[in-house]
Ligand binder design. Structure first.
Ligand SMILES: *Cc1c(COP(=O)(O)O)cnc(C)c1O
Length: 410
């Protein structure tokens, strides 16, 4: 063989002993030992070593971690939360069928349901997952799938999982729950959220704001059905990204314990601050129906706190511009703290949607005085001081604030 041929054929070095950390199989293809194995693998469901769009050992490792953590049979991992959501829904419904969805979903999910599935003749009705009394009546319209979120965003209302499940089970309707806001450590270990549980791994699960990912977990037969669409649509995560999420996931329990404790403290302090109109934090929610669902289903309040400020939009914008430890960023769940203005940032896509569609569905755009905070693992005292001083500035009229700003700088 020529030198360059020999060079390209240098055999892989395989560890003599099992590596402590799952290796990254950064390979799009795997060498088959013979044709019989190749042909059989071609026919297999979710083979882990054939063609990485269909499966990859590093990705499977993450899928196994998630199945163990979430207490379910099987998991599929995707390159983003949105691709997990869109692929799952496209696998479950066909033109002419109906979906019954929460009226308070992640903005892009609402957009996908109404605008994209609408293009394929799939109809969507809406319900309130915290008050699912009307569910049986709505299900009578023939929905195939009920889709909701465990904790709504930005008002942080907890879904009534048991009531939703019992209404759906009697009609054999599949339930799908986006649990991004309630990872293990927030949602109780025994709570069965839905037949299929979705996560944006971009948030708490990876935890460090370095990577995108999504997952769907549930029964093997359903997951296999979704896998066929995932492989066909090409919604495969890169092994490097899957590996990063796997490493982040290992400290989930520690991170969440810290985030739960700090967020609870900050939410309590915010609730009694004179510039704050209302604080939304599930365990402390002033609405008794939200607080009782939180008590029933959650083991921690999570990292996200939403605050309604007395000074309206101007005060909300001033607050997020005047924090130092809390960075002005849109995501949530990671180890560094973030603050954002829900109406113009995380939920701006609702503003871009047809207002009549939204009002028909009673989907509301968040109020303009809402600030959404995501608490990280920084020192709780630093976070409290940061919020308190930004709140003081947020409460000042603009002119006074300019003077105060100059004074501080000078
Ligand atoms: C972020 C998020 C998504 C979308 O996830 P990406 O990883 O950004 O695609 C879906 N649902 C909820 C509740 C989210 O917070």
């Amino acid at each position: 063989m020529e030198r360059f041929t020999r060079f390209l054929k240098v055999p892989n070095v395989v560890a003599r002993h099992d590596p402590v950390v799952q290796p990254i199989y950064q390979s799009s293809i795997f060498r088959m030992p013979d044709h019989q194995v190749a042909a059989a693998t071609e026919e297999a469901v979710h083979p882990t070593s054939y063609y990485t769009r269909w499966g990859n050992p590093t990705v499977s490792y993450l899928e196994n971690q998630l199945s163990t953590l979430l207490g379910c049979n099987a998991t599929l991992v995707f390159p983003s939360g949105m691709s997990a959501i869109t692929t799952t829904l496209l696998a479950l419904v066909s033109p002419g069928e109906r979906i019954l969805a929460s009226r308070a979903l992640y903005g892009d999910t609402t957009r996908f349901l109404v605008e994209e599935l609408g293009r394929f003749g799939i109809e969507v009705d809406f319900f309130d997952p915290s008050r699912p009394q009307h569910l049986p009546e709505l299900l009578a319209r023939g929905a195939k799938v009920v889709y909701f979120e465990s904790i709504s965003n930005p008002e942080l209302r907890v879904a009534d999982f048991d009531a939703i499940r019992s209404a759906c089970e009697s009609r054999e309707v599949l339930t799908v729950c986006d649990c991004t806001f309630s990872p293990p450590g927030v949602l109780g270990e025994k709570v069965r959220a839905a037949d299929l549980v979705i996560h944006s791994l971009t948030k708490y699960m990876s935890g460090h704001y370095t990577v995108f990912g999504g997952s769907v977990s549930g029964w093997q037969a359903l997951i296999d059905r979704i896998w066929h669409k995932q492989a066909l649509y090409g919604a495969c995560i890169d092994p490097q990204a899957a590996w990063q999420i796997s490493q982040g996931l290992k400290t989930l329990e520690l991170r969440i314990a810290r985030q739960n404790a700090t967020a609870q403290l900050l939410a309590q302090r915010l609730a009694s601050h004179r510039h704050v109109e209302q604080v939304f934090y599930p365990p402390l929610d002033p609405r008794p129906e939200v607080a009782s669902l939180a008590q029933k289903y959650l083991t921690g309040g999570g990292a996200v706190i939403t605050a309604a400020l007395k000074g309206g939009r101007a005060a909300a914008v001033r607050l997020i511009e005047n924090t130092e430890v809390f960075g002005l960023s849109v995501s949530l769940g990671g180890i560094t703290s973030c603050a954002e203005h829900a109406q113009s940032m995380s939920h701006s896509m609702l503003g871009a949607m047809d207002a009549s569609t939204l009002s028909d569905a009673s989907v509301s755009v968040p109020a303009d005085n809402l600030v959404r905070l995501s608490v990280g693992v920084e020192d709780p005292g630093d976070l409290l001081r940061d919020l308190t001083s930004a709140l003081e500035l947020s409460g000042m009229p603009v002119a006074t604030r300019a003077v105060a700003g100059e004074f501080v700088k000078g």
